[in-house]
Structure formats: structure tokens, C-alpha cells
Ligand binder design. Structure first.
Ligand SMILES: NC(=O)c1ccc[n+]([C@@H]2O[C@H](COP(=O)([O-])OP(=O)(O)OC[C@H]3O[C@@H](n4cnc5c(N)ncnc54)[C@H](OP(=O)(O)O)[C@@H]3O)[C@@H](O)[C@H]2O)c1
Length: 239
């Protein structure tokens, strides 16, 4: 990695996106950090921020106009995500549209806007979820739109062949929240094969790998401590 490289990370205001942005700043990258409600990143000479609600087509359009002013891009991580249970949606049509816009339409428009800006050897990563491949009736809009993000990303691997390597990361549950009690943590960890909380570092490590692995393109990489496999086993053989 050289200090001339530029990366766009969506949803970089907090949590995983913020950790990724700080990691690439610490490693000498110029970071274009998209955020929605608030950006917790500290001022940095190599950091530029852009606010956009990715469920708002007008805001995505303004973000795309801003992006084309920023020069060549070596890497993009589509990380922004909304995660709302279907039962919590007041308006089901709006709920599904919101997930589709944030997880599929916005990444598609952002990627199209960058079409003349990809630097030599560029790479793009979409952060999906193991639940893109595991139905979950409580979060059906989330799962369906993450599956859409995944499939769209692999189409982009085809469309951008020879210019941009596109890959997908499917995290399992990454980091417990303060409200997760001991029983919940124990249950989740018992459903993984490694039996350990992944932590944001696991996803950072996977992004580093995919950004540098020149032979890897069109791959869906699970970074879940084996939870997908554990899930499959439980669903097949448990009582
Ligand atoms: N955390 C996990 O255990 C886990 C497990 C599997 C997959 N993942 C995936 O890993 C990624 C990062 O996880 P995370 O827990 O850090 O995600 P998160 O906090 O749920 O969301 C990531 C970012 O997306 C932004 N966002 C939400 N709605 C948006 C909108 N309408 N427009 C623009 N940005 C919006 C959020 O900003 P605001 O808060 O400002 O809205 C936030 O900064 C996500 O893609 C997630 O689906 C996470």
C-alpha cells in the first residue's frame, strides 16, 4: 500500500465503517468517508467526508457529483447498511424500498459514477451478510436486499473485469453490543465454530486481503467464525 491510494468507504461514520476508515488512514491512504447521521472520525489531513442518506435518490445524486470531483479511486467498500425488522415497519412498501435503495441502488449508482475514475489495479468490496444466504423471516427485507447486493456485486465483477476486482464479504455477527447479555453472547458463540467474538478486526483483515489479492475476483468470502456451517448443521440435524 502506498500513500497515494484513495479509498471510498460508505457508512464510515461509526462502528465497522469508522474502524475501516481509521485503519486505512493509519496506513497512509486518502479516505473518502461517506456517513449518514453523524461522523465520529477525528479530523485528518487525508480524510474527506460526505454526508448522504442513501435511501434518498437526490442525496445519492449529490454524493455522486461530489465523487467525480475527487480524482482516481483505488478502492471502494460498500459498507452502509440499514437493519430493520419487517415487524417494525410502519409502511411495508417503504421499508422494502429503503433496504433496496441502501443496499443495491445506491452502490449501483455510486459505482456507475466512478466509471471513469478507477485507478490501475482497483478493487471493490461489498459487505453483505451470511444471512444473504440464510432466510430469516424477521428480517426478510434486510436479507433479500443483502442477497441483492451480493448478486449485483458479482455482476459488477463481470462488467468491470480487467479494471476492477469485485468481491463480497459475508460477516457473521461481528461485535456484541452493550445490551447483549451473557446468555445471548453464549448462545451466539455456541453457534460458531471458532467460539470467539469476531471483532471488527476480522473484517478489516479480510478487506486488506481482498484489496491486495490480485488473483481473487468474483468471490464471496464468509468471515463468520464458521457460523454459516454451524447453522446448516443445526437446521439439518438438530431437534
Ligand atoms: N455488526 C454485525 O454483527 C454484522 C453482521 C453481519 C453483517 N454486517 C454488515 O457489516 C456492515 C457493517 O456493520 P455495522 O454493524 O457497522 O453496520 P450498521 O452500524 O448497522 O450500519 C453501517 C452504517 O450504515 C449507515 N447507514 C444506515 N442507514 C443509512 C442510510 N439510509 N444512508 C446512508 N447510510 C446509512 C449507518 O449510519 P447511521 O448510523 O448514521 O445511519 C452506519 O454508519 C454492514 O453492511 C452490515 O450489514 C454486520
Amino acid at each position: 500500500m502506498t500513500d497515494s491510494q484513495r479509498i471510498l468507504i460508505t457508512g464510515a461514520g461509526r462502528r465497522l465503517g469508522k474502524v475501516l476508515a481509521q485503519h486505512y488512514l493509519d496506513n497512509g491512504w486518502q479516505v473518502l468517508a461517506h456517513f449518514n447521521s453523524a461522523c465520529e472520525l477525528a479530523h485528518h489531513a487525508a480524510l474527506k467526508t460526505v454526508q448522504a442518506d442513501l435511501s434518498d435518490p437526490g442525496a445519492v445524486g449529490r454524493m455522486c457529483e461530489w465523487l467525480v470531483q475527487q480524482g482516481p479511486v483505488n478502492a471502494v467498500i460498500h459498507n452502509a447498511s440499514c437493519f430493520i425488522a419487517d415487524a417494525d415497519a410502519a409502511d411495508l412498501a417503504r421499508h422494502y424500498e429503503q433496504h433496496q435503495r441502501v443496499h443495491v441502488t445506491a452502490p449501483a449508482r455510486i459505482t456507475a459514477a466512478l466509471s471513469d475514475q478507477w485507478a490501475e489495479g482497483a478493487a471493490m468490496i461489498s459487505i453483505s451478510d451470511i444471512y444473504a444466504d440464510i432466510p430469516n423471516q424477521r428480517f426478510a427485507a434486510y436479507c433479500a436486499s443483502k442477497a441483492g447486493l451480493q448478486n449485483w456485486s458479482l455482476s459488477m465483477a463481470q462488467r468491470l473485469k480487467g479494471r476492477v476486482r469485485v468481491n463480497v464479504i459475508q460477516p457473521g455477527p461481528v461485535q456484541f453490543l452493550p445490551q447483549h447479555d451473557a446468555a445471548y453472547r453464549e448462545r451466539v458463540l455456541s453457534q460458531s465454530l471458532t467460539g470467539r467474538e469476531l471483532g471488527y478486526g476480522a473484517i478489516v483483515q479480510a478487506c486488506d486481503y481482498l484489496l491486495s489479492a490480485e488473483a481473487v475476483c468474483g468471490t464471496v468470502m464468509r468471515v463468520d467464525g464458521g457460523r454459516f456451517v454451524a447453522n446448516r448443521y443445526d437446521q439439518t440435524f438438530s431437534d
